[in-house]
Design a protein around this ligand. Structure first.
Ligand SMILES: [Zn+2]
Length: 432
């Protein structure tokens, strides 16, 4: 190569790199703003001729027109070629596509605020954060008041426990415990999360205080507890299949008939065959912060589910237990957002039907979060938290991954927006 050619070539490389870097910078600065602009426009959305899975029944309603305005589903009507979309509405051709409610991850942990994008790009419109912080309470408000885009958050207290799992430094006495509970309730956390409580007397005292304050008790009951004690203590939700403490069939029936919500977090206990291999080759890991991946690769998975667990979940479901989908994302190898699709797939592998699996992340989850009067189903008057899929998830649950567009709190994010969001997170997390 001549020196002039070489110079030109170098110049070209420099200009291109400059453009890439500036574009990235501008894009990072503006992603929130540019998407926020879309909210301000507040255009109506008219989805034409789509197949609707309302979640009222295991049935697909073929060829319907859905009108969305100001964040609400206004109407769902049989599609008619003569229907004229409202003026200024964004019209989406829903032909051969499927409309389902936005998904809900009932057990999540955040690495940082950018995790919200991973939920959004995977169609998660609500999540229950299970190790709350004051920062999360702040983010909850910002999302609620449309200052930030993200899934609506339900935030548990920081974890209260008697051992190293606890987020509180040292819980010296029952009195300390009760004071912490009172503070958490006053600060606005949505529920009290316990883990690592060893003593049954502590557990009973905590439960009593929660009942007095009308504060939901969630998390891991002490290892020595049994179903009767959980029911007596009005445990609101019990997390992780292996903490359900059920060995006998009659216990299973009792737990299924109780009011306790069960969140088995199957994905966290599914063997990750590639965990020990080169993780950089797994597509969704590009959205995980490099430091976190390094941490993950140091630890083997804590527990792998066995055939007995599979049997347990199927039996619980057959007994009519109140099961919700939660992924425990952010624990080793469980990537926020993406993991909800693995969880649904696991629900089916463990014996639930496709419809029942979908219920765990939509209508059941909305009922647990007590938002089922306007979320968790596709219905007129409900909030516009929806996903447009290319394929039918009731035929194959993995089709929840075929996301075409997400509508979150009335904001339409099309494929290109979702791709931009992904690019933004991947770039940010691999460059810091
Ligand atoms: Zn957890």
């Amino acid at each position: 190569m001549h020196s002039n050619q070489m110079k030109n070539c170098m110049k070209q490389i420099l200009i291109t790199s400059f453009l890439i870097i500036t574009n990235f910078f501008i894009f990072s600065q503006n992603i929130e703003l540019s998407l926020q602009e879309k909210i301000k426009i507040k255009a109506s959305i008219f989805i034409k001729n789509i197949n609707v899975i309302t979640m009222d029944s295991n049935y697909v309603h073929y060829h319907f027109d859905v009108l969305i305005k100001s964040g609400k589903i206004i109407s769902i009507q049989k599609s008619d070629n003569k229907t004229i979309p409202p003026k200024n509405a964004i019209v989406i051709n829903g032909e051969n596509k499927f409309l389902i409610p936005g998904l809900i991850d009932c057990h999540s942990h955040f690495y940082d605020n950018d995790d919200r994008w991973l939920f959004v790009m995977n169609g998660i419109t609500h999540t229950r954060v299970m190790s709350g912080t004051y920062e999360m309470l702040e983010l909850k408000k910002e999302i609620l008041y449309n200052k930030k885009i993200g899934p609506r958050l339900f935030v548990s207290s920081p974890i209260l426990g008697q051992n190293e799992l606890s987020d509180f430094e040292f819980v010296e006495s029952i009195e300390d415990c009760l004071e912490i509970i009172q503070d958490c309730k006053s600060e606005g956390f949505d529920c009290l999360k316990i883990a690592g409580i060893d003593s049954l007397s502590y557990y009973k005292a905590i439960a009593k205080k929660c009942q007095q304050l009308k504060f939901k008790l969630v998390g891991h009951a002490p290892e020595a507890s049994d179903t009767d004690l959980l029911i007596e203590c009005k445990q609101f939700s019990s997390e992780h299949l292996m903490f359900f403490h059920i060995e006998k069939n009659d216990e299973m029936k009792k737990l299924s008939e109780s009011n306790i919500w069960l969140c088995p977090t199957l994905t966290a206990y599914t063997e990750v065959p590639h965990a020990k291999k080169e993780w950089s080759s797994i597509p969704e890991y590009k959205y995980v912060h490099t430091n976190l991946l390094k941490q993950w690769s140091k630890y083997p998975q804590e527990y792998i589910a066995n055939s007995n667990d599979l049997y347990t979940l199927k039996k619980l479901w057959q007994h009519g237990a109140k099961i919700v989908a939660g992924t425990d994302c952010r624990v080793e190898w469980v990537v926020p957002g993406f993991s909800i699709h693995s969880e649904l797939s696991n629900m089916v592998k463990y014996g639930l039907s496709e419809f029942a699996a979908l219920q765990t992340a939509t209508s059941n989850a909305a009922a647990m979060l007590e938002i089922d009067s306007n979320n968790g189903k596709v219905k007129s008057g409900f909030d516009a938290n929806l996903i447009i899929l290319d394929k039918n998830p009731l035929e194959k649950i993995e089709n929840t991954k075929t996301i075409n567009s997400v509508i979150i709190n009335g904001l339409l994010l099309e494929n290109k927006d979702l791709e931009q969001i992904g690019l933004y997170v991947a770039n940010k997390r691999n460059k810091l």
